[in-house]
Design a binder for this molecule. Sequence first.
Ligand code: MV4
Length: 448
Amino acid sequence: MFSKILIANRGEIALRIIRACREMGIKTVCVYSEADRQGPWLEVSDEAYCIGPAPSAKSYLDISRIMATAEIADVDAIHPGYGFLSENAHFAEVCQSSGIAFIGPSPEAIRLLGNKASARDLAIKSKVPLLPGTKDLVEDDKEAIEIANDIGYPVIVKAAAGGGGRGMRVAHNEIALVNGYMQARTEAATAFKDDGVYIEKYLERPRHVEIQIISDSHGNYVYCGERDCSLQRRHQKLVEEAPSPIMTPELREKMGETAIRLCKAANYVTAGTAEFLLDKNGNFYFMEVNTRIQVEHPVSELVTRTDLIRAQIMAAAGEKLPFTQDDVEVRGHAIEVRINAEDPDNGFRPSPGKITDLMIPGGPGVRWDSHIKVGYSIPPNYDSMVAKLLVFADDRPKAIARMRRALGELKIEGIKTTIPLHQRIMNDANFIKGDVDTGYIENVLLAK
Ligand code: MV4
């Protein structure tokens, strides 16, 4: 097992990784930017080194500064967390050639699954269900029109190098398609330096259901149930839960086995997530694989009683997973709300600043994953998520009641947060019925 791990991240996920390491008897090294000098997670790390100024490009994304620190601190492995360098194949390669384990997939697996077109290709070969669409990249608008006529409108144009909703255009007719095709290409060229796009049938108002998988280098693959992440705003998830309100044991097994088939075909070793769209008739369609540990992983940890960060570290160290598929049973219900330093009354404008008072909820079935404390100033330079509040209970109604109770206890003063929006969601009749889709927040809740 590793004796020391460098954490190439910040905030709550840095703290989450420190917690796993400490329980495993592994020393931690944090790297931080000048904006994060007061970061509370640094106080619980064994070592911490400032590696550069506030902009991520000069600190959390600066591979040479991170590797220099890894050498000086003499670490065995690097955990990238989520965001930043977590899905950077080049970084995984640099780690490999420096003899430092990257706690994540191989560079090859990141490249293969990170490109949506090659992931789609692999899905076809692995008999993973997809929405009708192109097998290859679409070269011009004439070809785009032919494909759309073939599969029928509406269609969606997606950037091959994109993901998480970036570089997509929906078209309900030929004129919109020609425009959307060019826009998607231009946007992709700017954002990803890769203007490759492909076309799919557009599914209206689906649910977003993702399967958590984890594997080791001994060929063991386990799926840890699903998460329903349908409640989003502009591709930013707000609430995640497990199980999905519309899941059945049969469908879970089918989706889980599908996710594993795809990950096996990519020789994927570590934690990962296969994203699917699910329609009202229980049909599911593969979207993409997220080749990292995700923000919402604790939802799966709660319903499967696993520790995914520990499992990830064990797999990276060449050990066997601490559980098998037979050990992993989905029980109870978990809900996570993302608390962002944003003002929901002002277009979700970021609201950084000093925390002047804080009451953290607790009691039965409550989990608080956050790095904030009184006196700490949220810097304006990074993602606005300041906390994840999770609840766990026997069933969904009890979990919702528990979340309402926990949100009632929670007090964060000094900054604006998404807490009032979460209180609204937990009292929303459609959410309570489990009757929401990916358009619900923007089309219904915020339009009310
Ligand atoms: C789609 C879709 C409908 N049809 N693809 C957005 C993120 C990316 N992972 C895939 N996305 C979508 N792809 C087809 N063929 C609708 C979305 C989508 C969406 C998906 C999940 C969660 C929220 C969403 C919000 C808008 C659109």
